[in-house]
Design a protein around this ligand. Sequence first.
Ligand code: PLZ
Length: 495
Amino acid sequence: MTDRLTSAASAPAVDLPQSRYLATAVPGPRSVALHRERQAQVSGGFGIVLPVFVEQADRGILQDVDGNRLIDFASGIAVTSIGASHPRVRERVAAQLEKFTHTCFMVTEYESFTRVARWLNEHTPGDFEKRTALFSTGAEAVENAVKIARSATGRGKVLVFDEAYHGRSLLTMAMTAKENPYRLNFGPFPAEVVRAVSANPLRPVAAQHDAGAVASAADVATAALASVEATLAEHGAQNFAAMVIEPIQGEGGFVVPAPGFLAGLRDLADRYGIVLVIDEIQAGMGRTGTLFASEHEGIAGDITLTAKALAGGLPLSAVTGRAELMDAVHAGGLGGTYAGNPLACEAALAVFEAFEDGCLLANARAIEAAAREVLEPLVSETDSVAEFRGRGAMLALEFADRGTLAPRADLAKEVSARCHAQGVLTLTCGTYGNVIRLLPPLVIGLDLFADGLQVLRQAILDVTAEDSVAAARSLTAEHSAASEHSVTAVSPSLG
Ligand code: PLZ
């Protein structure tokens, strides 16, 4: 085996104190100066959540160039699940660096590519013979899944869902639901992408229910499935190569589909000979407390996609699927210069080792329990936290007015800004931008996590209380304006 590690590489990893610390305002002066230079050099097309420049990262802490230690509730959007400086990743990548950085797997081979493929074939859901193809980004994995499904079925259409996110390349952008910022001004898009309803329990599009009655989760799933089947019929089910779905919709708002929906899609796919592609790019690799999120629903895709946390921060993605589908593609039809880069493959092998003893999955579940205890009561304590949801270390709070469910992106934004100012890096998401999501690294210490949760909870209590006061004030103002108006309106007749 090629596992020998150099002693230099075994030197202690970055070892940051696991506590929040603010040396300056956030962002501090050095970050502000570096951000100014960035704006002068980098395309304005890139957005930024928090304009802070990171110097070192370790487990739950990001240390910035001003000496601030921020609590990481983002993991680089679910990438650094085992931390951004895990010793195994550092050791394996450093050892590989001593040998070679690249050969191109389509030119000459290296064993780590095959070993990553083998692990994925053995661990992704589905008790059938599998093959894997490695690429670099999540979008590339999605694109290649579509290529493989088309090649295997001889069909063209792709079914995707409301609130879906699959990437920023031309095809995956067409598959993504949200217009701004992902699709805006970037069309025309590839044809043959058809969108069906999803089964969002809080905002059921398809559920038929009596006015005022809340649809049960089972109703939401049943109604959504009937609508999906109608969409398939409308476009000709026999024309669909693939249906692609995230087991928990990530960018769309951490939407956990109503129970039974994914199993229903599995049935539809079987009935119509459509390849079911489960996009586990954000939810997979331990994030939800199981290795793959589809395990919670007891289903297996014909193809499962992984990326993000797969290689601990190095760019690597994978398409893993039924051997007969994966081998249906003509030799030379799949590839890419950087596909399955050897440094990234070594990092993935380190990630697999880190998952071996089950502790990381237990951590994900402990993270959920801790967050639920602190955050779920906010649903009843405030008028505008509509839902606490998610699984494992993939959790979210949706802000919306009680009763009407009118989305409150303004509250999510303000709460996030206050967390950032206090050194807690939160992210927002959702079709309406009204969701705060928690994606802490699975290696975050529970004390540090608890500190971040308290900051978040207090920010929510403060912002929602201020909002209620402002709402009451404007109601009073409206009321007095209305009564003034009625006085002037009636005064002529009085006079
Ligand atoms: N599929 C389910 O979540 C990436 C996007 C961040 P890439 N999500 C984060 C942004 O604003 O660009 C993602 C995902 C799911 C596919 C992708 C795409 O993965 O590695 O970003 O291409």
